[in-house]
Ligand binder design. Structure first.
Ligand code: SAM
Length: 265
């Protein structure tokens, strides 16, 4: 599988920084009842698993990922008797139909060529009445001060590279139609805007610098190699993104959190 964010140590550190900075914004309203069985699909290195377990200490989790290396890191990170890490492909889930009370998905659909099929597969293993929670970003929601054409061009490289490897970095805006097409009931989507200025130093560092800009920086070589942009223009864009993390800078990005239910009918 071609995976635009990469599996290297730096990508893992970035995902962890991201999770730490965004915990409240994304997770504060996710709690699973005692003894409920939750499938976390595309758990990666366990950055979200940590919070899932902390917020729902009496629920049980099966956290799957296609990457054995990421699962290894997740196992080292999350040492809870309530979590079982397992290698699995979301398109070929090794579980009986209607096994899980809830499904949780975060930053997975953006990497999949067939997100609707993935949602349909996840729905098959969900019990009637069970819920699905999906959190995804949308790079089209990025704006900042000072504005910079070079920064937008660098971001567009990331979006195009992700599209070229079958994903969609702008999938957040599509969660409502996707969950409806997968025939989930009671679909609702809440946008979660990350607003960052110098009065929120944790987000300046954890989100603007170490999450978003580091992610865009990570595609430099691929973008230049694919002749999408010159190295100089890309670097100008990255400098402009770091510039938004200075004292008079502002950075905005919106995540989308969708909820749906599998109808009992
Ligand atoms: C951006 S990471 C997100 C990880 C984690 N959910 C988080 O928020 O930190 C996406 C993960 O999806 C996994 N993945 C990609 N395709 C998959 C598939 N077909 N089945 C299961 N996992 C997959 C990747 O290996 C990667 O760990």
């Amino acid at each position: 599988m071609s995976y635009v964010h990469g599996y290297d140590r730096r990508a893992n550190v970035r995902l962890q920084d991201q999770a730490d900075a965004l915990v409240d914004l994304l997770h504060s309203d996710t709690h699973y009842p005692e003894r409920s069985l939750v499938l976390e699909a595309g758990c990666g290195v366990g950055a979200q698993t940590v919070t899932l377990v902390r917020n729902s200490p009496r629920a049980r989790f099966v956290s799957i990922d296609i990457s054995p290396d990421s699962l290894g890191a997740a196992r080292r990170k999350v040492q809870s008797a309530n979590v079982l890490f397992q290698q699995a492909d979301v398109y070929q889930l090794p579980f009986a139909r209607e096994s899980f009370d809830h499904v949780f998905v975060c930053f997975l659909l953006e990497h999949l060529a067939r997100p609707l099929e993935a949602l349909e597969k996840l729905k098959q293993v969900l019990k009637p009445g069970g819920s699905i929670t999906v959190i995804e970003g949308d790079h089209g929601s990025t704006y900042f001060h000072p504005d910079s054409a070079a920064a937008h061009e660098a971001i567009r490289c990331q979006v195009e590279l992700q599209r070229a490897s079958g994903g969609n970095a702008n999938i957040g805006r599509e969660l409502y139609p996707l969950l409806c097409q997968a025939r989930f009931a009671d679909v609702s989507v809440s946008p979660r805007m990350v607003y960052v200025d110098a009065s929120r130093p944790r987000l300046v560092d954890g989100f603007t610098r170490k999450t978003f800009t580091a992610m865009i920086e990570g595609v430099r070589e691929a973008a230049v190699r694919a002749a999408m942009i010159s190295a100089a223009r890309f670097d100008e864009g990255i400098r402009a993104l770091y510039r938004t993390a200075e004292d008079d800078g502002v950075f905005c990005y919106t995540f989308f959190k969708a909820l749906g239910r599998k109808s009992s009918l």
